[in-house]
Ligand binder design. Sequence first.
Ligand code: FES
Ligand code: FE2
Length: 389
Amino acid sequence: MKLFLILASLYQTSALLFHALQTIRRNAPELDCNYYSCAPRPSCMSPPLNQSLLSEQDKYDLGWYVVANKKDIRYNKPFQATIWNKNYVIWKNATSGEIHGLDDVCPHKGASLAGGKIVKGCVTCPYHGYEYNGEGTLSKIPGINFTLSAVHNVAKYHVVEKNGWVYLNTNPYNASLDVNIFEEPEAVGGDFSPVFLEMDFNCYSRILSENSLDVMHIAFVHTFGNAEKPAPLQEYPPTQISPYHFKTSYLYESGKESMVKKVFDIKTLKIENEFVLPHTTVARVIFDKYISTVITFALPISETRSKLFVKTYRNFWNNELGDIMTEKMMRTTMLQDKAVVENIDMRYMEGKFNMKYDKLQNTYKTFYKRFVHRFCDVPTKVENKTIDN
Ligand code: FES
Ligand SMILES: [Fe+2]
């Protein structure tokens, strides 16, 4: 018990490790190009400036959204996901293991299919019992013979499970296109322990991703930051890894209350920060042989509601106690962010000026507006008109 309390105490002071993303290298703080530091791609990797020039593959690449943790999609249980105000029904076939995704609207009279059951691989509408298979094809109407017609069918979407998260592509299903979903190196190499969390936020999803890319808020929002020296010691500006993937790095002085300083007595951290459109961010801290990484995906439910999926990796304290403490600390960190970001007034979220360390957020914002959500960045109030007659 005593050991538990000591570990808990040490762990709590270390949130710097888990939040944003740093790399510590004792006596050798310079950034080198290794497994976790990719060289910038040539400018020919840049996407076209005009959204209308994007290829079908580009549009598909930008259409992947995390909708659930793997454990939440159960066999033969319909699951409802919402992306940008639109509902989808998802289920995992108990026989094939395949995950299906359809519009969550029955074309007969509009009922939600997510409220129905899965029978023999088909989702059954709870209203009149019409059945749709995993392709979205109407396969049965109780008591009525019918002729197949496209108008009876439900739109199908591509759903895949990858490294603990379930992704849905909001573009129409297209089997001829590649599935290019970002994969963090921690998922495929090294001795990393993952912990998964999620939390609802009453704010615009872009605000959440920008917050995860914001190195300067750590000292003021999070107790583990360095309030005395909140700015990085050194900055390595954003570089492009692939058309929708950028990365920057910082050297940062560890806060005196952080575990890095108190336990490891290491003065400088390396922070690696990345984004991958539409909503993935990476924050990585490296110290000696240790790495602590936080991956986030801000799912836009509407313009003012989001769900933040968080995946943490660490290559130390690989045991149950480490999992418990990581989850506790990460949840505390998320609540600290929540208290601030939910109170950002969206009318002013663009800000009137930028400072030196806002570059990665601004790059994200620019690309986001250009390729993800440029037409309704700030929600406008929909006028309710009453029409007589
Ligand atoms: S609304 Fe779905 S079967 Fe009638
Ligand atoms: Fe934060």
